[in-house]
Write a new protein. Structure first.
Length: 324
């Protein structure tokens, strides 16, 4: 029997703190989406056989981690890679969950994610895989920060400090400009460490106030305009930390796309997810088509090709089922 794993993507709105002057570092906020999604099937095998480079890489690490002979993994739907929607964590965790289930093992996702190189800074992707929803995590004690990247498995995944269901009527406009992928791997790691070493603590104070007074109350009350404006402001403040590393508050040409979305009455707030180039806008089911047209217009205004998708929030974790 094969095991089928289905999981969605995620938006990453930013971090609560990147300054070494405060007691806790990182502390991310984001939410799970139902699309784009990742669907893969895993079976027992005598060696690793996979039809996707990311899956093959993680499958080899998983069988070593679980002391298994091998696995066959097929991807039927893939997340776009390195655009800011959590593809790396999605591939890693889905592969771990599928292979473990195929062999009747407990996957222990949160415990084993660090050994796959995941959850070192943000816990949003792992929490989204586990249970979906909007998530805010605790980050790490600042005293654990090191100038060099720690070895995989040397950290624990940040604890979830707040989780809320995403209202059913909310919709997320995803704009994926056809430009170079966002940062990942060693390049992302080096950029983040450079940012942390010079980040202003005053920005963290502003972000903390926005999270406590606007983000958390608005998601709890289902107040879309306030939530959209608040997470967009968190993103802009994070962009001030990243400006030297990515060429501005948003990486070019994301800023033009964001400004165009913000000018539409069908969209309540917009920003860049993670390192981009994915851009999100928040709307509701009654304004979906108008928002879609505004997103297409935003790409045209920025003079770039790209893809526009509409997604719902996802309030459940990954599904892992046996298939005959």
């Amino acid at each position: 029997m094969a095991v089928r794993v289905k999981t969605g993507s995620r938006l990453h709105f930013g971090f609560q703190n990147l300054s070494l002057a405060h007691e806790r570092l990182y502390g991310s906020l984001g939410l799970a989406l139902d699309a784009p999604r990742l669907v893969l099937e895993c079976e027992r095998a005598e060696r690793v056989v996979a039809d996707h480079p990311d899956v093959e890489r993680y499958a080899r690490r998983v069988v070593d981690l679980l002391d298994l002979p091998g696995a066959r993994v097929r991807v039927s739907e893939a997340l776009p890679r390195h655009v800011g929607l959590g593809s790396g964590t999605g591939f890693a965790l889905a592969t771990l969950a599928g292979i473990a289930r195929a062999y009747g093992c407990d996957s222990r996702i949160r415990e084993r994610a660090p050994a796959l190189g995941r959850g070192g800074r943000s816990g949003v992707g792992i929490a989204a895989f586990e249970a979906g929803g909007f998530v805010l995590d605790a980050g790490h004690p600042t005293t654990r920060f090191t100038a060099e990247r720690p070895r995989d498995g040397a950290w624990t995944v940040p604890a979830v400090t707040a989780r809320h269901p995403i209202p059913e009527a909310w919709r997320f406009v995803l704009v994926l400009p056809d430009v170079e992928p966002g940062r990942s791997g060693e390049q992302e790691d080096a950029s983040m460490r450079s940012v942390v070493e010079r980040a202003s603590p005053s920005i963290a104070d502003e972000v903390a106030t926005i999270c406590a007074r606007r983000v958390l109350p608005s998601i709890a009350e289902g107040d879309l305009p306030t939530f959209a404006d608040a997470v967009a402001e968190v993103g802009r403040l994070n962009g001030a930390w990243y400006a030297d590393s990515q060429g501005g508050v948003y990486r070019p040409p994301v800023g033009e796309v964001v400004r165009s979305l913000e000018s539409s009455s069908a969209i309540d707030g917009a920003g860049q997810s993670s390192w981009g180039p994915a851009v999100y806008g928040l709307t509701d089911r009654d304004r979906t088509e108008t928002a879609r047209e505004a997103a297409k217009g935003a790409l045209e205004a920025a003079d770039v090709d790209g893809d526009v998708r509409i997604a719902r929030g996802r309030n459940v974790g990954a599904s892992i089922d046996h298939e005959r």
